[in-house]
Design a protein around this ligand. Structure first.
Ligand code: PMP
Length: 443
């Protein structure tokens, strides 16, 4: 069945052969569910009334409003009725949607430059560049920095966009165990010619690639330890803060803010606007020299449409609120809510005896399901009881560490979280997910 009538393998052959038991078809009601309003505290899911899971969604089906624990809307800025809405609407009327040109041609609007100045000052770097997609930021910027005869050392759990960028660069790639500083040092020292002065190592340059909060684990990078290794081994450091920027630290400025690490220790600071800012796109903040280099070499900058201006306005307004530049303490309050909510939720799940990954303060809270058969069961049982969650398994995680990944928001109230906890408690009993309070299982 892997050949089509012309004798060729179908374009989907890998996918089909992995899912030989049509697993995806049978459980697809757990993903790609159409939603009918912007996902905030709650989400409006269009559900099929048919029990036949092989049928496609009936787009005129019933809309089911349930509590939302599945969006990266960490500070609640995604809402179209939120504090950014008016400014975004005005910008839409002033600039419309598209510039119909890449940045380098006729596509740089004044508002793009304003956003870049703001990003540079928020992140604490000399200059920055914004790109229309976070994924493309990683996958097209890394190849501008690294090439043949260079070495990239990458955390084993880095996001697909980072892996893609590393592979596209043509550099040699080594992987270190997730957030394991000793293993990173082993990889570093075994990669550099022994007994040679540092300048004589075999690589033109070495780049270590890490994330702030790892999106499947909820773990926070051991940044201070990695920076200490940097002093010893002299490598460049690339930090992806997709999940930590605007969510971690007393000022929302990410892991450097949380861990008191000066930003000048990080060569390339990358982040996305799709999470805390309720917008879209990515940024690179770095030295002026590197940003100038990227402006003449990065394909997503040179050959693609920039971020639409209303989206840029969403970035500017939400970032100013986080920075307190709107003259209120809204940003500070949202930051303390996201920390309080995440800590409360994670602590309660652990008390109930679930296996929960992640560090305190992470708004991403993964709960282990282990058995892949429990992936759709958990999703469906939660939805029946009024909460929407994201479940993940192979290939996004190892097959035996299938999990549900809760995303906590400052928009959730304590009542929302208590309601979610009671549902999860019930579903946890049903699916036998609890192993006992404070029991640790190492996989
Ligand atoms: N980096 C990381 C760590 C991510 O988790 C993601 C997306 N979740 C991206 C990059 C890509 O960002 P975007 O969705 O904004 O394209």
């Amino acid at each position: 069945h892997l050949m089509d009538s012309n004798g060729f393998a179908p374009l989907t052959s890998d996918f089909e052969s992995f899912y030989t038991r049509r697993l995806y078809t049978r459980i697809r009601d757990c993903w790609n569910r159409p939603i009918t309003k912007v996902p905030g505290r709650t989400i409006h899911l269009l559900t099929r009334e048919s029990k036949d899971f092989n049928k496609t969604f009936n787009l005129t089906g019933k809309v089911n409003e349930v509590l939302n624990l599945s969006s990266y809307n960490y500070l609640g800025f995604a809402l179209n009725s939120g504090p950014c809405a008016n400014a975004v609407e005005k910008t839409l009327r002033k600039y419309s949607i598209s510039v119909c040109s890449p940045r380098s041609e006729a596509g740089t609007m004044d508002i793009h430059r304003q956003a870049e100045d703001l990003v540079s000052s928020f992140i604490g770097k000399e200059d920055s560049m914004i790109i229309s997609m976070g994924f493309a930021t990683n996958s097209t910027v890394i190849p501008c920095l690294m090439e043949k005869n260079c070495l990239i050392i990458s955390d084993e759990l880095n996001h697909a966009s980072l892996v893609f960028g590393c592979r596209l660069s043509g550099a040699a790639i080594k992987v270190f165990r997730h957030n394991d500083i000793r293993n990173l040092e082993e990889v570093l020292s075994s990669s550099i010619a022994q007994g040679q002065p540092r300048t004589h190592r075999p690589w033109k340059k070495i780049l270590v690639v890490i994330e702030g909060i790892y999106s499947m684990e909820g773990s926070i990078v051991k940044l201070a330890e990695i920076v200490a290794l940097k002093d010893k081994y002299k490598f460049y450091l690339f930090l992806d803060e997709a999940h930590s920027i605007g969510a971690l630290g007393p000022n929302g400025r990410g892991v450097c803010d949380l861990l008191n690490v000066p930003t000048d220790k990080i060569d390339i600071m990358m982040g996305t606007f799709t999470k805390s800012f309720g917008a879209a796109g990515g940024y690179i903040a770095s030295s002026k020299k590197i940003i100038d280099h990227l402006k003449t070499s990065c394909h997503a900058h040179l050959y693609a449409e920039p971020i639409p201006t209303p989206v840029v306005q969403q970035i500017i307004t939400s970032m100013k609120i986080i920075m307190g530049l709107d003259g209120t303490d809204t940003g500070a309050k949202l930051l303390s809510s996201i920390y309080r909510n995440s800590k409360y939720f994670m602590g309660k799940l652990k008390d109930k005896g679930f296996i929960v990954y992640g560090d305190e303060g992470s708004p991403v809270v993964p709960l282990l399901l282990f058995n892949p058969a429990k992936i759709p069961a958990f999703s469906r049982e939660c939805l029946k009881r009024g909460i929407a969650v994201v479940v993940v398994g192979y290939p996004a995680t190892p097959i035996i560490t299938s999990r549900v990944r809760f995303c906590i928001s400052a928009a959730h109230t304590k009542e929302d979280l208590d309601f979610a906890l009671s549902v999860i408690d019930e579903v946890g009993d049903l699916l036998q997910l609890k192993v006992g309070k404070n029991r640790k299982i190492k996989i």
